[in-house]
Design a protein around this ligand. Sequence first.
Ligand code: BES
Ligand code: MN
Ligand code: ZN
Length: 511
Amino acid sequence: MSDRIAIDFVPLSAPLQPTAALLSAQDLVLSPEARALNGKSNGAVLRAAEAGDFKGKARTSYEMLAPGGLDIRRLVVIGAGQPDQSKETDWVNLGGYLYGQIAARKCETASLVAEIADPRSRSAADIAADLAFGAVLRSYRFRKYASKPKEENGDQKTDGLARLVVHTQDPDAAQMAFARRAAVANGMFLARDLVNEPANMLGPVEFADRARELARFGVEVDILDVDALKALKMNALLAVGQGSVRPPRVAVLQWNGARSRRSKPLCFVGKGVCFDSGGLSMKPAQGMEDMKGDMGGAACVAGLMQALAERQANVNAVGLLGLTENMPSGTAQRPGDIVTSMSGQTIEVLNTDAEGRLVLADVLWYAQERFKPRLIVDLATLTGAIIIALGKEHAGLFANDDRLAADLTEAGTATGELVWRMPLSSAYDKLIDSRTADMKNIGGRHGGAITAAQFLQRFVRDTPWAHIDVAGVAMDSSKTDISQGWASGWGVRLLDRMIADKHEKPEKPEK
Ligand code: BES
Ligand code: MN
Ligand code: ZN
């Protein structure tokens, strides 16, 4: 996070940096500030637009070098589409797009004139903050293991842009609006960093050490080691880890930001399989390297806890990370083994590659026993089947509570981190009954994401609970406006928004 781009908000009247970006709405509708710059250039800005057939459509742009009459080296005009119809996510994505346009042009600092004609429903400060947020998300790179900067490839000439100066009507209001977004961006960066780390560098112990660092934001951190996990009888989680020379851990992260420390917490549980080889039911070699990201759920929960703490969220939240490595060896669990979970329920492990549900079974149980939470949301890169079902556009949402499902769906639409609700029912639940134990850990070829969720539900009593299968969205090599890499940091924005909108309502003062 050391090379994070700096964002400054300044008044519209502040002098422009040598590289400056302007926004133009569809049909070349310019803001007053942009019109003034066009005037100073003697109309050259609009003539250039016409010459280049630029109409102001979103995700289009053109560049003017040394524009006459303007005391700058380069002007980049960015299409903003139809601002009266733009939603929050459109502004954030536009911020990412414009970062890409500016950074491709090699400059250390750049100005963005974040003024737009007729935005209607959104305040100028929010728009400026959204654009800056998108730019920051786009600026993320994971290059710590490259000994040389990647210069040749035109797309990657982003090493230079260190500071974006955002010109806006009310810089103080924009700065305020940006502060909470910056906390979310930092949380997303933590999640991305953790997912991008290779498994030789980040095992359960190293992940727990990274979690410990959240103490500097005021998060209370407690790490459960193998002795503690044995004492708690987390045998399902321990069974997954027993084939690895690296011991498992459970990290307990608490953020107590509500006015009352006793207010029941929201609990977030993350699957943190630092590497999933499949164990003795080993995965094929092709694509196995992606399983360094099988801790994406835990990374999201860690990032969320950082975001909540950094923005001092008015809520009590607990993050629980089930950290382990799934490896084959002489000590590994075998297909056919039967383990007794912390809940007392027995599990026949028919496939050691269905390990995430074993980890979550114990951590979900522990969450309820220890914290009596208001609700639980777990995130897990749980099944390939959810990718078959939903592709990479939506994460799979399973819930025992319609209110919670609706709240998550709404937050997804607002942030662009979309979820799609999938069914749970006793008919699916039957598919994991076992002949010899209480249940088996696989349900057959059909509905694989659903039977995985049914398995988890057997470890949830009457707490409102949602399970989000993030196998398709936590890592994704396709590039978007706001994510150029593999780890997306998916889920931090979603959960942060759900909490802000539904759980930070001011509490009634005590009498
Ligand atoms: N971690 C995988 C799921 C996964 C697959 C995540 C692809 C991200 C991308 C999980 O542990 C797994 O192996 N699931 C199996 C379950 C099966 C054995 C019932 C799967 O989906 O094939
Ligand atoms: Mn697996
Ligand atoms: Zn896995």
